[in-house]
Design a protein around this ligand. Structure first.
Ligand SMILES: Nc1ncnc2c1ncn2[C@@H]1O[C@H](COP(=O)(O)OP(=O)(O)OP(=O)(O)O)[C@@H](O)[C@H]1O
Ligand SMILES: [Mg+2]
Length: 323
């Protein structure tokens, strides 16, 4: 079990202007070094949850802990320091300064953190190179495309090397191709240097693609939190099932998700077997070809259980059935 980076404990948030709670008793642990995607319909509380983490929308009750430190216990200046030094934020329209060059925009977070000019240009250049924009360092934001501006926003957030990156619909304004490109860039950056990322999205495919963990909100409540495979193969209710209905289930379920836990295990060495991480696309043809259960084996060959045609069908249809 990895360390918990961010922990919400019974967080409620009520805004004066609206009677209904924007967050209703949310408890959630976000693991260090992973990408947690917050999902939910419009108005479900995703942005509000993100803003309780950066301290801009303190909970009405409950606690938010970062590295075990309760934000309620920090003085405003300490909170501001925490935000500047260890958090990066990227939003849908990454509001760049129009009169600053790309590099000065990318260096902005370092500037307010008090980093000297030479050093901040060095670090901002390195970040621009990573996002593929070094050649545009001296241009102004209005000379860039929307996708490029979004990359500057990402470079700006990453230049301070934040341990925690908060992204709110960061790629939503981009066309599908640019969006995919940014997702790949984020995953590549993540492979190089693992950060804890909380990523708000209402796009299911984006969530499945990026999220190590997915937290689904509905009406301010946390409905389910788990891996994408947990949510696909064991939705806790019809809302979750309905939510993932349009997702391409088959590309996310693995052999290990389809094990028939009720089947009496008659594991024999002669039976056809399949790797625990085999995808549905490679497993289904074998299940139909052999007309007998498949033994699921882990990397060291240990049998984990059986997949029968019935169990596979049951789990796949549970994941994709309409509520
Ligand atoms: N500053 C505010 N003042 C009053 N109500 C607010 C405020 N911010 C959010 N809310 C309310 O809290 C609820 C949750 O809003 P929030 O912005 O967190 O939703 P969201 O899931 O991010 O939605 P979207 O997908 O549309 O961005 C909504 O009912 C919204 O009207
Ligand atoms: Mg929002």
């Amino acid at each position: 079990m990895s360390n918990v980076k961010v922990s919400l404990r019974n967080v409620c948030k009520v805004f004066d202007a609206s009677p209904a709670a924007a967050l209703d008793d949310v408890s959630l642990d976000i693991a260090e070094g992973g990408i947690c995607v917050l999902m939910g319909l419009s108005g479900s509380g995703k942005s509000t949850l993100l803003r309780t983490i950066n301290g801009l929308a303190p909970p009405s009750s409950g606690q938010v802990l970062i590295d075990g430190v309760d934000l309620n216990c920090l003085a405003p200046r300490q909170l501001q320091q925490l935000r500047r030094e260890s958090m990066g934020m990227v939003f849908q329209s990454s509001a760049l300064f129009p009169h600053r060059s790309v590099i000065d925009n990318a260096a902005f977070g370092l500037e307010i953190a008090g980093v000297g000019r030479a050093e901040r240009h060095r670090r901002a250049s390195a970040m621009l190179e990573q996002v593929g924009l070094l050649a545009h360092a001296q241009q102004r934001p209005d000379q860039l495309s929307g996708g490029m501006r979004q990359r500057v926003g990402l470079a700006r957030a990453l230049a301070v090397d934040p341990a925690l990156l908060l992204m709110d619909e960061a790629f939503s304004a981009l066309d599908p191709l640019k969006r995919r490109e940014m997702q790949e860039l984020l995953l590549a950056l993540q492979r190089e240097r693992r950060r804890t990322i909380v990523f708000v999205s209402h796009d299911i495919d984006e969530a499945l693609h990026l999220g190590d963990q997915i937290a689904l909100l509905h009406g301010g409540q946390l409905v389910q939190h788990g891996t994408s495979r947990d949510l696909l193969s064991n939705p806790v209710n019809d809302h979750v099932r309905e939510f993932f209905h349009s997702a391409d289930t088959s590309s996310h379920l693995l052999a290990t998700d389809l094990i028939d836990h009720e089947a009496v295990s008659t594991l024999a060495s002669g039976q056809p077997s399949v790797a625990a991480d085999a995808r549905l696309s490679e497993l289904m043809p074998r299940l139909t070809a052999y007309r007998m259960p498949l033994t699921v084996r882990d990397a060291s060959g240990v049998a984990l259980g059986l997949i029968t045609a019935a169990s596979a069908l049951r789990i796949i249809s549970r994941a994709s059935a309409r509520g």
